[in-house]
Design a protein around this ligand. Sequence first.
Ligand code: NAX
Length: 331
Amino acid sequence: AKEPVRVLVTGAAGQIGYALVPMIARGVMLGPDQPVILHMLDIPPAAESLNGVKMELVDAAFPLLKGVVATTDVVEACTGVNIAIMVGGFPRKEGMERKDVMSKNVSIYKSQASALEKHAAANCKVLVVANPANTNALILKEFAPSIPEKNITCLTRLDHNRALGQISERLNVQVSDVKNVIIWGNHSSTQYPDVNHATVKTQGGEKPVKELVSDDEWLKGEFITTVQQRGAAIIKARKLSSALSAASAACDHIRDWVLGTPAGTWVSMGVYSDGSYNVPVGLIYSFPVTCCNGEWTIVQGLQIDEFSRRKLDATAAELSEEKALAYSCLS
Ligand code: NAX
């Protein structure tokens, strides 16, 4: 039998946490033959509620779940973890300045970075979900210098999956037959959902999405804004932000990273830019990646037209500005 993998979920008493921990315990994230030990962290005001989640995990009697640590102690939470899903953060409240929210998250991610660096298992993989996801991940990277930068990522898979969903609805095809959309840049409304290289499986082959959706205006307009604004649309409808889809996307992200992407398929991940596609080095930016043996690689050589170029640059500019704001909170 396999050794259990220790998976940390921060903000585990929150909405996404509540949807995510049962998925992990059922094997959705790491596979149906991989035992797991869940580490759940939240802050003291949520301690009782966190304990309630722990009680429910016990009551669910998940065969793969070999242990649960529920704590408000960051060191205890981080000790020995192989995978860290960072969902906890400080939400923007009405009337708050952007800088104040950034400052709260910078201090959270700075201290959690140190705890992970000192106490997590060697080669721990980190996924930041909490917003501003890219910049929180960057802060985490900066303050955990001994964790390889390849091991620190942020979630844009929800946006990627939303793009697949929109194409599948538009063409009336199965979502599993659509692939290779790309989310470039920031997990924010400046992200660029790009279908220039996306395909749909057809009888006997594959067809470009651009050929099947002949309406270029839709692809360059409503499709992009629908994906960009989907989070707001969910809030409007549910009076709560996306949770089950975010949890599912986090599982997809880690599963593909650890177990690999299928041949010929790429996914979107926020990763540390190496300058590919002329994206500035030093940003956590969402790129198309393939994964093999637990490592991601940015897909190279894709043609970027002028329309796309502008969008890639605009979201990079926003991330540079966010980075500067985050650094100004450090001093
Ligand atoms: P909730 O407010 O329901 O849960 C957040 C939890 O984090 C709370 O239980 C809170 O007590 C806890 N927390 C706060 N500070 C903490 C700290 N220092 N250490 C540990 N835990 C802490 O929010 P939820 O709806 O679950 O969303 C969580 C985060 O995901 C938010 O930042 C949200 O903006 C972000 N999202 C990111 C998405 C993405 O695709 N990257 C999509 C969904 C979501 O909007």
